[in-house]
Design a protein around this ligand. Structure first.
Ligand code: ADP
Ligand code: MG
Length: 154
C-alpha cells in the first residue's frame, strides 16, 4: 500500500527548498528513487536533500562517477546517478548502500529496480511548462505522515 503527495515548484530554488524540507524527516536507511527526464531537476532536488541534511559541500551530478558519498551531514548521504550503468550492475554491492545507515538517493532509479529495497520513497519530477515542475512523492502508507506531513502540498 502506497500513498502519494504532490507539489508544484516554479523554479529551481523552490525545488531545492522542497527537497531540503523533505530531508528533515529522512532517517538512516531511507532510499529515495528519483525519476524524471533529463533536465527535469533530479540533481537540483538532490542538492536540496543534501542541504537539508546539513551537507555544505557542492553536490554535482554523479553521471560519470555513478556514486558519491558525503559524510558531513546529519546522516551519511549517498548520491547515485545510474543513467550510465552499462549492465545490470550486479557487482556494485547495492546492499552496502541500501541497507546501511545512510540516506541513499538514486537518479534514474528505474534502471536498477531489481536492486531497490522493498520499501523506498519514490519521487517523480515532471516538467509542466517553462520552469514549472510537478513533483510526486510516493511512499509506503506508513511513511506518508513522516515524509509528507511537514510539507504543504500544492
Ligand atoms: P536532471 O538531474 O533531472 O537531469 P538537473 O537538476 O541537472 O536535472 O537540471 C535541471 C535544470 O532545470 C537546471 O538547469 C535547473 O536550473 C532547471 N530548472 C528550471 N526550473 C526548475 C525547477 N522548478 N526545478 C528544478 N530545476 C529547474
Ligand atoms: Mg542529474
Amino acid at each position: 500500500m502506497v500513498e502519494t503527495c504532490q507539489f508544484t515548484t516554479n523554479d529551481e530554488k523552490e525545488t531545492r527548498a522542497l527537497a531540503s524540507h523533505i530531508a528533515i524527516s529522512l532517517q538512516a536507511g531511507d532510499v529515495i528513487a528519483l525519476e524524471g527526464d533529463l533536465g527535469a531537476g533530479k540533481t537540483t532536488f538532490s542538492q536540496g536533500v543534501a542541504r537539508g541534511l546539513g551537507i555544505e559541500a557542492p553536490i554535482d551530478s554523479p553521471t560519470f562517477t555513478l556514486i558519491k558519498e558525503y559524510d558531513q551531514g546529519r546522516l551519511p548521504f549517498i548520491h547515485m546517478d545510474v543513467y550510465r550503468l552499462e549492465d545490470g550492475g550486479e557487482e556494485l554491492g547495492w546492499e552496502e548502500y541500501f541497507y546501511g545507515n545512510a540516506v541513499a538517493l538514486v537518479e534514474w532509479a528505474d534502471r536498477i529496480k531489481d536492486w531497490l529495497p522493498e520499501r523506498f520513497i519514490h519521487i517523480e519530477i515532471k516538467r509542466v511548462d517553462g520552469d514549472r515542475r510537478m513533483i510526486t512523492v510516493t511512499t509506503p502508507i506508513e511513511w506518508k505522515e513522516r515524509i509528507c506531513g511537514g510539507v504543504e502540498e500544492g
